[in-house]
Ligand binder design. Structure first.
Ligand code: NAP
Ligand code: MG
Length: 480
C-alpha cells in the first residue's frame, strides 16, 4: 500500500511577543498578584509558556473596587455612542492581532490552529462588532423603556474557548454599560493577557475591564464579593450549582451556562455524506471540549451500520498532532486532569458493555492526547450516554420512529443543544419543536453567530448569551 504523507506545516510562533510572567490586569495596568504564581503550559508537549499570577481575596477586592470606580466615574456617564466606539476599536484590534491571538490560543489550549484561526478568533471580533452596534441602541432593542446597566459584573469562564468565552462575557456587558471583573480558567489565561494589552492599545478607560487570574478560589472570591451586581458563569454544572447557592438572596443577577449532552439525530432520509461531516464536526471539533457537542448520536436503526462504517472510515483520515500544524484536525486534550476524566468515563463505557472503537493514530510521547473514539451498542442507561465526557468520544444509540428519537433525545438532565438531519423540512420543524434544547441545528452542527441567542434548559443553565437576548442579562428594568 502506498499513500501520500503530509509535510509538516507548522504556523510560526515568531509572531508571539510573550512576556515571561504576567500580572493581574487591574485599573488599566498589569500589577503583581499577591497569591502564588503558577506556570501555564502547552498541553501538546507539557512545556512551560509563561508564569501567571494568582489573585488573592485582597486582589479581587482591588479589582472590584477599580470596576466600581470606573463605573461611577466614567463608564456610566459615557454615551452609548462613545461606549460603542471603544467596542469597535477592540474588535478591529482583535482583527489586527488575529494571527498572534490564534497562535497563543492553540499553544496554550491545545486546539488546532485551523480552528483558533478560522473559528475562535474571527468569532471574537464578530462578537465585539455585533455588541458595539447595540451600545447606542439599547432604547430601541425592544427590551423596555430606558433599560439601565446593572453596575459591576463578575464573570468566570472555562478553558475550552478561552478568548471566545471572554468575548461572550465582556462584549454585551460593556455594550449595556456595565464594568467588568473577569477570571479566565487556570489552564488558559494567556490569550486573556494579550487581550488586556489590546484594551490598553484601545485606550479603554482604566478599570472598565479588569482581568484577574488564578484558580477556583479566585473565582469563588469574585462571585461572592458583595460589591458585584451581576454574576455570569460558564463552566461545569457542579460549580454552577455551588455559585447559584452562594448568590441566592444576595440580590445579584445571575446567568449560568453549564454542561450538555446533546443528541445529534440522523434520520434515514438524511443527506448521508453531509451528515457524516456534521457528526464529525459535532463531536470532534475542539477535541469534543464543547458544551454543546453532539456527543450522543441517535441514528435511525435502518442506516445504523452504514453510518457507523462511514464514520470509522472518515475518522481514519483525521490527523491528530501538533496544534500549531495547519493540517492538524485533532489537537491535544487541554489538561492531564481532563484526559484522566475522558479515560475514566471511556473505561466505564467498556465495562458497562458498550463496544469501543478508536481511530488508529500515533499518540505523541509527550503531552495529553486521546484518539477519536466511537462507542456502539450504547444503552440509554450507560454512564457514557448520560454524563458529559467533554472529550472526543461519541456514543451511538439507535431509534426506530421520530417519537422514539424525541423521547431519547430529551432523556437527559441537560438541554443545551441538538441536531436534526433529514431531507424533510416538515419533519425537521416538527421534531425541533419537541426537543427541550436551547439551540437546535438542522442539517448542520456547531454553528455560532453573535446575532443568535445561545443557552440551555434544565441543568444546562439559565439565561441567554448572544443576540438581543444577550443584553437582557446585563440590564435593569428590561424584559424580552
Ligand atoms: P469548571 O471547573 O466549572 O470551571 C469553570 C470556571 O470556574 C474556571 O474558571 C474555574 O477556575 C472556575 N471555578 C472553579 N471552581 C469555582 C468556584 N467554586 N467558584 C467560582 N469559580 C470557580 O468547568 P471547566 O471544567 O473549566 O469547564 C468545562 C465545563 O464547562 C463543561 O461542563 C462544559 O460543558 C461547560 N461549558 C459550558 C458552556 C456553555 O456555554 N454552556 C461553554 C463552555 C463550557 P479554574 O479553571 O481555575 O478551576
Ligand atoms: Mg495552558
Amino acid at each position: 500500500m502506498s499513500f501520500l504523507e503530509y509535510a509538516p506545516a507548522p504556523e510560526s510562533r515568531s509572531i508571539l511577543n510573550l512576556r515571561d510572567a504576567y500580572g493581574l490586569f487591574i485599573d488599566g495596568e498589569f500589577v503583581d498578584g499577591s497569591g502564588e504564581t503558577f506556570a501555564t503550559i502547552s498541553p501538546a508537549d507539557e512545556t512551560r509558556i509563561a508564569t501567571i499570577s494568582t489573585a488573592s481575596d485582597a486582589d479581587v477586592a482591588r479589582a472590584v473596587a477599580a470596576a466600581r470606580h470606573a463605573y461611577d466615574k466614567t463608564w456610566s456617564k459615557m454615551s452609548g455612542r462613545d461606549r460603542g466606539k471603544y467596542l469597535f476599536r477592540v474588535a478591529r484590534l482583535v482583527q489586527e492581532r488575529a494571527r498572534e491571538l490564534a497562535v497563543a490560543e492553540s499553544l496554550d489550549n491545545g486546539k488546532p490552529i485551523k480552528e483558533s484561526r478560522d473559528v475562535d478568533v474571527p468569532l471574537v471580533a464578530a462578537w465585539f462588532f455585533y455588541y458595539a452596534g447595540w451600545a447606542d441602541k439599547l432604547d430601541y432593542a425592544g427590551l423596555g423603556a430606558g433599560p439601565r446597566a446593572l453596575g459591576v459584573a463578575g464573570q468566570v469562564i472555562p478553558w475550552n474557548f478561552p478568548l471566545l468565552m471572554l468575548a461572550w462575557k465582556i462584549a454585551p456587558a460593556l455594550a449595556a454599560g456595565n464594568t467588568v471583573v473577569i477570571k479566565p480558567a487556570e489552564t488558559t489565561s494567556l490569550s486573556a493577557m494579550i487581550f488586556a494589552e489590546i484594551l490598553q492599545q484601545a485606550d479603554l478607560p482604566p478599570g472598565v475591564v479588569n482581568i484577574i487570574t488564578g484558580a477556583g478560589a479566585t473565582g469563588a472570591a469574585l462571585v461572592s464579593h458583595p460589591d458585584v451586581d451581576k454574576v455570569a458563569f460558564t463552566g461545569s454544572t457542579g460549580v454552577g450549582r455551588a455559585i447559584a447557592k452562594q448568590v441566592a438572596g444576595s440580590g445579584k443577577k445571575l446567568t449560568l451556562e453549564l454542561g450538555g449532552k446533546a443528541a445529534n439525530i440522523v434520520f434515514d432520509d438524511a443527506p448521508i455524506e453531509q451528515a457524516i461531516e456534521g457528526i464529525v464536526n459535532g463531536i470532534f471539533f475542539n477535541q469534543g471540549h464543547v458544551c454543546c457537542a453532539g456527543s450522543r448520536l441517535l441514528v435511525q436503526e435502518s442506516i445504523h451500520d452504514e453510518v457507523v462504517d462511514r464514520l470509522k472510515t472518515r475518522l481514519t483520515t483525521l490527523r491528530m498532532g501538533d496544534p500549531l500544524d495547519k493540517n492538524t484536525d485533532i489537537g491535544a486534550i487541554n489538561s492531564r486532569e481532563q484526559l484522566d476524566r475522558i479515560r475514566e468515563l471511556s473505561d466505564i463505557g467498556e465495562a458497562e458493555g458498550a463496544e469501543r472503537w478508536s481511530a488508529p493514530c500515533e499518540i505523541p510521547d509527550r503531552g495529553f492526547w486521546f484518539a477519536p473514539t466511537i462507542f456502539t451498542n450504547v444503552q440509554a442507561s450507560h454512564r457514557i450516554a448520560r454524563d458529559e465526557i467533554f472529550g472526543p468520544v461519541l456514543s451511538v444509540l439507535t431509534f426506530r420512529t421520530p417519537a422514539e428519537a424525541i423521547e431519547k433525545a430529551n432523556n437527559t438532565p441537560y438541554g443545551l443543544s441538538a441536531g436534526i438531519w433529514s431531507d424533510k423540512g416538515s419533519r425537521i420543524l416538527a421534531v425541533a419543536d419537541k426537543l427541550r434544547a436551547g439551540v437546535v441545528w438542522a442539517n448542520t452542527f456547531n454553528r455560532f453567530d453573535p446575532a443568535s441567542p445561545f443557552g440551555g434548559y434544565k441543568e444546562s443553565g439559565y439565561g441567554r448569551e448572544g443576540g438581543r437576548h444577550g443584553l437582557l442579562a446585563y440590564l435593569k428594568g428590561a424584559s424580552a
